[in-house]
Write a protein that binds this ligand. Sequence first.
Ligand code: HGY
Ligand code: MN
Ligand code: MN
Ligand code: MN
Length: 414
Amino acid sequence: MKKADPGRIEKHLKELNAFNSTPECGTTRVVFTDVELKGREYVKGIMRGTGLAVKEDSIGNVFATLPGSDPSLAPVWTGSHIDTVLCGGMFDGMAGVFGGIEALRLIRESGIKHKRDISAVVYTSEEPTRFQVSCLGSRAMAGDLTLEDTKGISDKDGNTLYDVLCRLGYDMGRFGEIKRGPGSVYAAVELHVEQNRRLEDDGRKIGIVKAICAPTNFDVIVTGVQSHAGGTSMEARRDAYMAACELALILEKLARENTESEYTTATVGRVKVSPGSVNAIPGRCEFSVDIRDVDFESKRKLTERFLSECAAVELRRGVSVSHVMHNQDIPLRCSEEISGIIEKYVKTAGLPYEKMISGPYHDSMFVGRFAPVGMIFVPSRNGISHSPEEWTDFAEIAAGTDVLAETLAELANR
Ligand code: HGY
Ligand code: MN
Ligand code: MN
Ligand code: MN
């Protein structure tokens, strides 16, 4: 098998990064915005230039396929996403998209014969940035996002996902074809940056993912009494923001002290305080909650405990606390068989590696609902991601791509 070209991967990543709505602040490419649509066209151009047949489904998942000798067999997939968080990096998702395309190029140019089709996939909207729900493309593939659901999901300007897809010309009459049944895909392997610092700290170059944590996402709305910052005594106030702060610290404590599983996180990433005057006690505070866990039961219990604490703070502080649940997703165990194949090629390449849990979720978490999946991590400098400081060396992505190509070729001949 030929070896991946770091220079080509660097060129593609940097050229895609030009499609960015915040060049002064990392990378922002929000799904179905002008820059993301242009980014999609750029990636499809690279796919076609690699000799791959390109197709798209009714939610915009893009498939670039290297045909196998027996198209009747279930295909092998690789792939990731090109949409980002606000002011994010240029590697989260994109490393796996271009690593996947490069892996298919290596297989084709090495003349490797393979029975099964191999597709490089760009999954639509892995990030919740626009529609507050993550992994829209792969969630629809898993059957967890129906055509009806698309009419109930909207962005901050009130555009529903359904309206946006219709305006872009996607055929909603074929939305039902997105869903994949068990066995419809033989195996899927995603290359991704680690987004944590384990590999770097341990001096390793490859992570083989054992399990993928899943998120529970909801918004908490605290309603107190807006009043004068000076005229209202400390005893008389119903401060929505202070109640929210108490709840955020309770959430942090619950996650830090959780002993029910080996990996739990909880984050408050967005806070809206109103009215926002320096001399008025906030009457309303809305904040996001993002809880991750590798064990569904542990996450369910922690969520339950937190919501009961919300009720206690409500009574103690005389405010009202409500929440809007977005998603309570199911963690995924990766296929040990696929991980074994990855490990074999990592050892052949002499790359230092370790097996690990992924705190971040990925499209593979939903693909794993209808196909066995494996994930290959490459190091994130200082463990930083979802930030302009996100960085992975192109040679490290190329090394992960070499392992990916060998793994895909073997799976495509199973
Ligand atoms: O948030 C996540 O875990 C993913 O990177 N979107
Ligand atoms: Mn991300
Ligand atoms: Mn990602
Ligand atoms: Mn005044």
